[in-house]
Design a protein around this ligand. Sequence first.
Ligand SMILES: NC(=O)c1ccc[n+]([C@@H]2O[C@H](COP(=O)([O-])OP(=O)(O)OC[C@H]3O[C@@H](n4cnc5c(N)ncnc54)[C@H](OP(=O)(O)O)[C@@H]3O)[C@@H](O)[C@H]2O)c1
Length: 310
Amino acid sequence: METVKTGMKILLTGSTGLVGRELAFAAAKGGSELVCAHHAYPPEAGMPVLLDLGSSDSIRKALAANKPDVVIHAAALTDVEKCESDRELALAVNARATEAIAREAKRAGSHLVYVSTDYVFDGSKGSYREGDEPNPVNFYGRSKLMGEFGVERFADSWCIARTSTPYGLHPRRKSFPVVVAEALSACREMKVVADQRTSPTHTANLSMMILELGARRFQGTLHVSSSTGISRLEFAARVAKELGLDEGLLVPASREQVGWRAIRPKDTSLDVSKAASCLAAKPESLEESLRKFIPSLKGQLARSGARVDK
Ligand SMILES: NC(=O)c1ccc[n+]([C@@H]2O[C@H](COP(=O)([O-])OP(=O)(O)OC[C@H]3O[C@@H](n4cnc5c(N)ncnc54)[C@H](OP(=O)(O)O)[C@@H]3O)[C@@H](O)[C@H]2O)c1
């Protein structure tokens, strides 16, 4: 794992999630004093502090007691279908809690890095730049955009870091390439959406970029994803090929055929040229990231007894 040496005190929300867990390991390795806010599961690094995003009191206490140099807010309700069906919960966790974190970060003198999403865009054009107009097509995207507004309005020193389709290994969360690998290694067919493009981002690369944004107290909005826009189907095929698994088991489907309740935007790939020019930790291409990720994925599959090429 690469490191960003920070020496700062970080309070990390969502420290047990797909992105947050990787961030926590990277921050601890970089020598940061790390406070890991957690909810349903205990964190695996740093000093644990309980945090319920549904309670402004809990948010206030966590920040006031710790007075971090930087707050990295990576917690969210990320289940797109759940956000559509339980809009009140999505508003509470993704919008109102982010607003409360922004206010408390200002009060504590902390720089705030808010992890946001490509789903703030409507997907009509792809290769979105930071200045493009957000126009979310589902409630998850709307609630995250409201979170962005809260950060801009109430935080003093802030950065909005938008990412896209994070993937990596996690004990509970199966990211997309893991699901593909498990299905194909068990010789199971898998329906994969062919008409949706994003910029799949390795959580290891993402963590380095986010930690740098914190360490440098970067101000403003930045797209921090991989530099490769790709459809889900093409991404799945790349993973299959790297693992020596049968791509023929991938069954192309349209977004409509999958039966999602929440609309998925067509192309929310992100333009990362700004991050590439101003960060030391550069956005990697999909190819670069897969070179690092595939050996760990192979290791996990081998441990579970699945068939993969060595
Ligand atoms: N996943 C994606 O496809 C995607 C795409 C673009 C951007 N993002 C953004 O990237 C960030 C990280 O996403 P992720 O994929 O790592 O999410 P994730 O794996 O779903 O993890 C979510 C985290 O938020 C915490 N959390 C949820 N509800 C909470 C509550 N009420 N109080 C306190 N903590 C709570 C969870 O804690 P417990 O597990 O303990 O409940 C968990 O640590 C989010 O801001 C997300 O919007 C994600």
